[in-house]
Structure formats: structure tokens, C-alpha cells
Design a protein around this ligand. Structure first.
Ligand code: ZN
Length: 206
């Protein structure tokens, strides 16, 4: 069987014993019966997802559908997780429920246990773990006086430059945040989302 389209969900191995009586041939090798023991050419045959299989290394048994999904997940590039605890004070964040404005918070401080102390819209202090919070598009621009990049890597921002050129979008660490006193100094920024290859959802970074 084609080795790398399948992966053992338990040990990550690529070798399986297939229940030859159960496999269904979807392409190629016309005329063979389900009970035939064949070694298909690489990529020549797809097995039905319901085909039962067992890992030759360990004790995993399941369907080739599970092994195919395991291979797809392993091949998917992982997203990097934004360090939400490094968001500057005053950043607007929100929880998963985007329907009402009640779930938008303003970051006040980071606690050692990974929670952020925030204001809610009624200016009550609430505490939320960073894993619960998502980056909200900021309404206001923040004045920038120069220095190290103020927001964590993986955040997409709009920046305004000293020379008055139109505001444009950059990914945080693609730009110079220190001031040289030149027309291309950043003098204001606004968080607008998440940069390509990054996420603010820990579940998507797994
Ligand atoms: Zn295995």
C-alpha cells in the first residue's frame, strides 16, 4: 500500500496489516477481488476509509480512514500561537462570543498564572485566561513614541508614519518601531487581526 498516505494514530508508524477481506479497491487493478492479497504500486490504489487495519509496530487497530486523517493532520503546517500575555495595556480583546459587545474587554494587566485582568464595558474588573481571549480589531489608534515593538509577534497592525503617507497594514515584526527622527518612523498603530501563519486560538496551534 502507499506508505505515506496513512499514519498510525498511536505510534506515528507508516506500516499496516490490512484486513484483505475488508478492503475495497476504489481505483486501479481492475478485476481483483476483495480477498486478493496485492501490493499496489505507490499511489495506484486508494482504500475505502472503512477498511480495517492494524499497525505492524504497536497494538493500534482501527480503520484506514482514521490513519488517513492522522496523516493529514501531521502534514498540516502548525500555526504559531500569539503570546496574548504580552498584549499591551489598553488592547481590546474579546471572548469567543462575538455577537454582543459585552464580550469585549480592555487589557489592564497580566497575572503570573496566565490570566489577564481586564475592564469589561461596564468598567468592572474581570479575569480571563489568555486561552479564552481573542484579538479584537482595535477601534482607536495608539500613539507611538518609539521603542521596542509594543505588541507580540503574530499580530497584524495598521501603522501611520510621520510623513503622513496613507496608513497601511504590516505584520508586527516586519517593521522598525524605534524612532530615527525620519519620515518613515511609526507614530501610531492599531491592531487589526492575526498575521498569516499565526493564531490566537490555542486549539488551532496544536
Ligand atoms: Zn503504531
Amino acid at each position: 500500500m502507499s506508505k505515506y498516505n496513512y499514519l498510525c494514530p498511536k505510534c506515528g508508524g507508516h506500516e499496516f496489516n490490512i484486513e484483505y477481506t475488508a478492503w475495497a479497491k476504489l481505483t486501479g487493478n481492475e478485476g481483483l477481488e476483495g480477498t486478493d492479497h496485492v501490493e499496489p504500486e505507490e499511489g495506484g490504489v486508494e482504500y475505502d476509509d472503512d477498511t480495517e487495519a492494524g499497525c505492524v509496530v504497536g497494538d493500534w487497530r482501527g480503520t484506514l480512514g482514521d490513519a488517513r486523517i492522522a496523516a493529514e493532520l501531521a502534514a498540516k503546517p502548525k500555526l504559531k500561537l500569539i503570546d496574548m500575555a504580552k498584549l499591551p495595556k489598553g488592547t481590546m480583546v474579546e471572548t469567543g462570543d462575538h455577537v454582543t459587545g459585552e464580550h469585549v474587554y480592555e487589557v489592564m494587566m497580566t497575572h503570573r498564572d496566565g490570566t489577564l485582568g481586564c475592564w469589561n464595558v461596564s468598567h468592572q474588573t474581570i479575569h480571563r485566561h489568555t486561552s479564552e481571549l481573542r484579538i479584537a480589531k482595535q477601534k482607536e489608534f495608539t500613539y507611538w513614541d518609539g521603542g521596542d515593538c509594543p505588541v507580540p509577534e503574530g499580530v497584524r497592525v495598521e501603522v501611520a508614519l510621520r510623513d503622513g503617507l496613507p496608513i497601511f497594514v504590516v505584520e508586527t515584526h516586519e517593521f522598525r518601531w524605534t524612532h530615527f527622527g525620519t519620515p518613515d518612523d511609526i507614530i501610531g498603530y492599531r491592531i487589526v487581526g492575526v498575521a498569516k501563519g499565526w493564531t490566537d486560538d490555542p486549539e488551532l496551534a496544536k
